[in-house]
Design a protein around this ligand. Structure first.
Ligand code: NAP
Length: 239
């Protein structure tokens, strides 16, 4: 088995995922750049350099999870950091009472079920790491506490599909962290901040360098770092 540090980032062809892959490669990780579109994924990996390896990863296609696991196994034999970054928010700005059910279903399929099944598929490789880290990229919009605060300034970001999917991601974080509490693996949820990307939009105050910081911190936690937490830039968030 290789002694290299190895990471896999889903949705790494653009936005926060691409920058997370770039920062992990700069820290010396061999990084699998997960993307559903080959051309974009290959271009993203090439833009990072020799430490980046494109891997086909479509959150709607579990066969791609098995293919990615086989590739990681063959090249390195273990996975130190799984960053579950890919996500969508097609019901942004829509009222819970009006959002088309297909959009809500698609959101849960991608953000929750795809993320869970990808993690289940990769877990045997993470168990082979001496210090496995699983980062579930959530959002502060998945916080029940925040959504319960009717005075909170969330603008149009009070949709059920996106916010509900991120709350479910948070529940996956804590249930999996509990299951793995007696192992070296740490599982945490990340809120990147409001970041200028295709999803975050032009008005967002943060750039991707800032936006990737929390995922990178949680992917590289020291042995005494937390598990089962919900963080933005080192600070715990209310669930
Ligand atoms: N930007 C923010 O302000 C913000 C705030 C809080 C949380 N987040 C979270 O941060 C993560 C990254 O978002 P971002 O802002 O960087 O958004 P983005 O630029 O829109 O990137 C999203 C990434 O996810 C990929 N993706 C979507 N559906 C996929 C699928 N079915 N299979 C594989 N990949 C898929 C996209 O691939 P394609 O290019 O092929 O579509 C893209 O690479 C998301 O989980 C998001 O919820 C973002």
């Amino acid at each position: 088995m290789s002694s290299a540090k190895v990471a896999l980032v889903s949705g790494a062809n653009q936005g926060i995922g691409l920058e997370t892959a770039r920062q992990l490669a700069a820290l010396g990780y061999e990084v699998f750049v997960g993307a559903r579109k080959a051309q974009e994924g290959q271009a993203a990996a090439a833009s990072i350099g020799a430490k980046a390896h494109y891997v086909h990863l479509d959150l709607g296609d579990p066969a791609s999870f098995r293919g990615a696991a086989a590739l990681v196994e063959e090249k390195f034999g273990h996975l130190d950091a799984l960053v579950n970054n890919a996500g969508i928010g097609p019901d942004a700005g829509m009222k819970p009472s009006e959002a088309p059910i297909d959009l809500i279903r698609q959101t849960f399929e991608t953000n929750v079920l795809g993320l869970v099944e990808l993690t289940q598929t990769m877990l045997p490789l993470v168990r082979k790491s001496e210090a496995g880290r699983i980062v579930n990229v959530s959002s502060v919009l998945g916080s029940l506490s925040l959504n319960c605060d009717f005075a909170a300034e969330l603008g149009s970001w009070r949709s059920f599909g996106y916010n509900g999917s991120k709350a479910a991601v948070n529940m996956f974080t804590v249930t999996l962290a509990f299951e793995l509490k007696d192992t070296a693996i740490k599982v945490n949820s990340a809120h990147p901040g409001w970041v200028k990307t295709q999803l975050g939009g032009e008005e967002a105050p943060l750039g991707v360098e800032e936006g990737a910081k929390t995922s990178v911190q949680l992917a590289t936690l020291p042995p005494d770092g937390p598990t089962g937490g919900y963080f933005h830039d080192g600070n715990g968030l209310a669930w």
